[in-house]
Design a protein around this ligand. Structure first.
Ligand code: NDP
Length: 248
């Protein structure tokens, strides 16, 4: 096989297509969710993008006109169920929405775990259709390593890792795969809340063997891999996108 032919064969093998698939991405107004929604659409999926700020959906539609927008706050379970009632069925779910409220442990007053209701209703519908599916939960390195002032964030992400495993266990028989990605810091709007301070940022980077934060693209690539049939035998995995942070 010539070199050119060989490369095009390799790229052909690696190409990820979501043609004919319908994906739901939560938290698609900004950051990782927004980039994931656009990438899925470029790879041929029909994409429903859910977030709670209408102006973000307006600008997303300018960027990616084929996307179907849903504006709802996931913390309102009733409104979310109503908004998604006729939006499916979905083959793929990226459970990405979250916010970071940084507080010392002794000042924590409220703990919410958004997104789990969406997982349940999408998984029920995948099971009812009988055609399988793939779900990616967006967790964090913070699920497996205690970070100062991140009580709620670390705890809910740790719960999300275990939720992923239990979902993989129970949904596997219906050919529904469930995995999560565990990124290190990404300088999105959320990342800037915790890591804009130069001293804090360089202390964190010094604990990452690759010596840098992740880019949005790094996380999106791992999400697409886990959604796709390139990871057909992977379920219940927590995939670090952390430059090696969690192995130290
Ligand atoms: P961003 O803050 O950039 O984007 C989050 C998006 O989710 C926004 O569009 C936000 O809408 C939406 N959202 C949040 N809460 C709700 C809700 N209740 N209902 C509907 N939409 C909601 O965050 P990132 O892209 O950085 O984070 C995405 C995921 O990646 C999160 O799960 C986060 O925990 C995880 N992660 C992020 C890291 C980082 O350093 N950035 C590191 C590791 C993991 P609005 O702006 O209107 O609130």
């Amino acid at each position: 096989m010539g070199t050119t032919l060989c490369w095009s064969w390799i790229l052909g093998q690696m190409e990820i297509s979501f043609a004919g698939k319908h994906a739901l991405v939560t938290g698609a107004g900004k950051g990782i969710g927004r980039a994931t929604a656009c990438s899925l659409s470029r790879c041929g999926a029909k994409v429903t993008a859910l977030t709670r700020t209408q102006t973000d959906l307006d600008s997303l539609l300018l960027e990616c006109p084929s996307i179907v927008p849903v504006c709802v706050d996931l913390s309102d379970w009733g409104a979310t169920a109503a908004a998604l009632e006729h939006a499916g069925p979905f083959d793929l779910l990226v459970n990405n929405a979250a916010c970071a409220i940084l507080q010392p442990f002794l000042e924590v007053i409220q703990c919410e775990c958004e997104g789990s209701s969406t997982c349940v209703s999408v998984a029920r519908s995948m099971k009812a259709r009988g055609s399988g599916g793939s779900i990616v939960n967006v967790s964090s390195q913070a699920s497996q390593c205690a970070l100062r002032d991140h009580t709620v964030y670390c705890s809910t992400k740790a719960a999300l890792d275990m939720l992923t495993k239990v979902m993989a266990l129970e949904l596997g028989p219906y050919k529904i795969r469930v995995n999560c990605v565990n990124p290190t810091v990404v300088m999105t709007e959320m990342g800037r809340i915790g890591w804009s301070d130069a001293e804090k940022a360089s202390a964190m980077k010094s604990r990452i063997p690759l010596g840098q934060f992740a880019e949005v693209e790094d996380v999106v690539n791992s999400i697409l891999f886990l959604l796709s049939d390139k990871s057909n035998m992977t379920s219940g995995a927590t995939l670090p996108v952390d430059g090696g942070f969690l192995c130290c």
